[in-house]
Design a protein around this ligand. Sequence first.
Ligand code: ANZ
Ligand code: ZN
Length: 879
Amino acid sequence: MCACSVNAASSPSDNGAQPSRYEPTALEGRWQSHWRSVGLDATDENSSKPAFYALSMFPYPSGSLHMGHVRNYVITDVIARVQRMRGHAVLHPMGWDAFGLPAENAAIERNVDPGDWTDHNISQMRAQLDKLGLSIDWDREQATCHGDYYRWTQWLFLELFDGGLAYRKNATVNWDPIDQTVLANEQVDADGRSWRSGALVEQRQLNQWFLRITDYAQALLDDLDKLQGWPERVRTMQANWIGRSEGAEITFQVKESTDQTTTDQRITVFTTRPDTLAGASYVVLAPEHALVDGLTTSEQADAVRLFRQEVGRLSAIERTSDDRPKRGVPIGTHVTNPLNGETLPIWIADYVLAEYGTGAVMGVPAHDQRDIQFARTNALPIQQVIDGDGAREAIANGNAWTEAGTLVNSGSFDGTPSTEAKASITEHGESAGWARSKVTYRLRDWLISRQRYWGCPIPIVHCPDCGAVAVPRDQLPVELPRGIDLSGKGGSPLGQKSDWVNVPCPNCGKPAKRETDTMDTFMCSSWYYLRFADPHNNALPFSKEAINRWLPVKQYVGGIEHAILHLLYARFFTKALKDRGLIDVDEPFEQLLTQGMVQGVTYRNPETGKYVAPVDVSDPENPRDPSTGAPLDVLFEKMSKSKYNGVDPAAVIDRYGADTARMFILFKAPPEKDLEWDDADVEGQFRFLQRLWRLVDAASVKLNTMDPIDRGVNLSDADGGVRRALHLAIEAISEDLNGEIQLNTAISELMKLSNAINAADIHALHPAVLQEALSGLIRLLAPFAPHLAEEFWSRLGGTGSVHQQPWPELDPTALVLDSVELVIQVKGKVRGKLQVPANADKTELEQLALASDVAKKWLNGAAPKRVIVVPGKLVNLVP
Ligand code: ANZ
Ligand code: ZN
């Protein structure tokens, strides 16, 4: 349906009677169904207007909307509405990130089907969202758990598979021995236990699916520079996560041959400090390193075996955390330092990770804090090789000297500045064949396998002859079978369904088995913003034309918790799909706004750490624990059930209406900052809207007969004051909506404007001025309080919907405090007039005249020969 057919004449409030009370609930319901029936929020696909894509991070359908959601979607909605009024075709969609563990757990607990449970939650949340008056195009809604969406998630997986970007490998992963499943790092708590079963998580070697995000490490890092519309903090977090390190790989020759190995053996380490090579006093392998078995002597075999078992119980976070003692054992063999020929022992230690660099390091205790701790615990030598002010003392006190300095104890490199020595030692090693410069990234390939049911099936068939074979595209989606027993333990739930698992190989036809792992749900959310551009495409996930029309997302709004995960994955997907030729954009989100948390007041007993429900607190000024009488701490914290500080959006909307809820949320804090919920401030916004109601109720103007403000008419001081207030508001609010979005100050400007109009006697104002002021006020209000603004617009007889009106335009002359009319002559003939500040001096008047339309028209860009200025009266331009 075309949005431009909206006709205010059929509007629901047009019933002649003038109720004088503001009753938000009824009013909002009426406008919401009217907008729905006329398709007001449909995306404008066919106009030549420039595109503006406004997107909120889509929610997980838990079943109930919380204040954090409300804040997120209201911010995006204001932006979408403003951009429509500013002449853009706006895409403002919504969907559901609908796969994932909560549905599976709910299914187990309540014995319901996860699909039914999810669908039920979606309809419940959609109804709650509808009450907020969001200008969402629901025709584009997507749910990642529906076949017509995940068909394309699978299709895109196969694109990555074909491009060599999806692969299977054996990897060390978190394994929960009770639940018999892999866990994501986020599902392992600080003590190394499963968040669900409480079991101590083990490290296991498993064959898992990965995406080769590391191929894009440099591009993901470089292109952060393009994201000037993102918060600096998020860009820094991504850069740190990618973690580019420049250094060198250095190869150490193993001295002895062991029982297992007789051949020539080498250990290659990655270091960012090749300048410290002469100070190496040992070499450490990760306990899982492939060379450990071959290089362990029989005397050390038992100690190595025991140590590896212990390390297997630790998470990577624990292994590298600074406050744990670094532990390790020697494996009995040695290497030669290629720079000075010294013999160094080989150790294994918990702080060296198999997945980073080469999984091996050279220990330089004098210049690395971890190494000095390790050396002191294990009585290894500490040799200073970089000197600087205070270096010797620091090292003697057990503190590594990590600053730059001058090389010592390094043979022919002595005296070289350490910054230079990095390159010169690497070059020396390169020509001798034991070094090469190397860039390493902290970023790991993305593990996407999950041994869970409620996720997108991986569209692969394993054939004993052909290996991993893609399911042909025309057989997608590989449907998630229903009716699976989810309580069972022992691998992926999909493995139970033998009729689903056993299929012929798509390649050779021999008996084969489907992949039974499902995808990490972050896969589903890595491309949903592309589908919204082309939601009904049956032949492809999206067409290039649709992506070119709408992408990149102009304004993305969501929580800071996705600073790395989702935002990095989505950037990777965009780049990979571009390289596959599917799209032309290389960054998905142009501007990012990370909104702050919504916090509620909590009462906490500082001794027990327990929270007390506000209803139990007798005196909120001086709160005490009702059971113990202990004084309570009063804090603002993120709303949550367990802290008794949640505020239910539905209750606020029922009481005050969505417009008040929106105004409060927008007014209370800048979008990026945390917001402290305060009932009194909600009341305050409600009263402001009531004041507006009375103002509009009292004004008997008709907006559909808008009189132009005639320059010739002499306006009163009151008229001038109201015009000035209006145009100051237009200027300030328009400014607040550009670049760094300041919705809270925009609302203060609305308040100032309403006060200014209220302060004037509206019946004494020039009708054209009152019309202009109200038309402007209502249009400025429309993005923030869309229902009330629409009601006002229709009551005052404005044509169409207020939401389809142009954004009010600034008239700079109205800002001038006291203005006079200046006559502009060209060669003595009157060619035009200009409102100018009464106190403008000769030079200012000359400049104003030269910048005027008259000068443009009559001088053809040339400078006049002479300018005659009669202050306060006229300017004569003589060409
Ligand atoms: C010798 C050395 C001397 C180091 C020195 C530092 C200071 P970033 O900057 O994070 O990349 N390292 C290398 N691989 C490792 C692994 N798999 N597990 C644990 N540590 C590892 O850190 C690079 C440094 O971390 C490398 O440089 C190495 O220690 C260590 F005065 O080599 B260095
Ligand atoms: Zn086959």
